[in-house]
Design a protein around this ligand. Structure first.
Ligand code: UDP
Ligand code: MG
Length: 139
């Protein structure tokens, strides 16, 4: 099977009309969009998705942010797509993310303490397969 990754356009990206910009970058890079769905995420699903973060102090605000609107869940495929999309995504903090990356080009700090960073991308092949099973159990 070709390598796959799980990408989310987070609620800030959806609200700001950036779904198309994110998809454009994925496709322009040459990765294939295999699955795509706009939906809301509930707290139980988020707790699975962010299992490594549930006990962190920022988790409650992460839940508030991620449930504040629709997200777009995407499976993208291609050689090295997991690492490749992490590079395209940029650093977690949008102010630190390099220009040219999604977070660097579209994100910034806002005066509400949340990190609004537009996208999620799996950080390893094992995380990608784990996350794909959560978001697209049939895939
Ligand atoms: N996050 C946050 N506050 C923090 C750290 C992380 O709100 O202090 C959120 C942010 O949305 C981030 C997500 O939790 O994208 C996952 O954090 P991680 O460190 O795994 O960053 P990522 O892998 O998304 O770059
Ligand atoms: Mg992470």
């Amino acid at each position: 099977m070709t390598e796959r990754t799980l990408i989310l356009v987070k609620p800030d990206g959806v609200r700001r009309g950036l779904i198309g910009s994110v998809l454009h970058r994925i496709e322009r890079k040459g990765y294939l969009i295999q699955k795509l769905e706009k939906r809301k995420v509930d707290e139980a699903t988020l707790a699975q998705h962010y299992a490594e973060h549930v006990d962190k102090p920022f988790y409650p605000e992460l839940v508030r942010f991620m449930t504040s609107g629709d997200v777009v869940a995407i499976i993208a495929e291609g050689e090295n797509v997991v690492h490749g999309f992490r590079v395209m995504m940029g650093a977690t903090l949008p102010t630190d993310a390099a220009p040219g990356t999604i977070r660097g080009d579209f994100g910034r700090d806002w005066d509400n303490h949340e990190i609004q960073n537009i996208v999620h991308g799996s950080d390893a092949i094992e995380s990608a397969e784990r996350e794909i099973a959560i978001w697209f159990p049939e895939a």
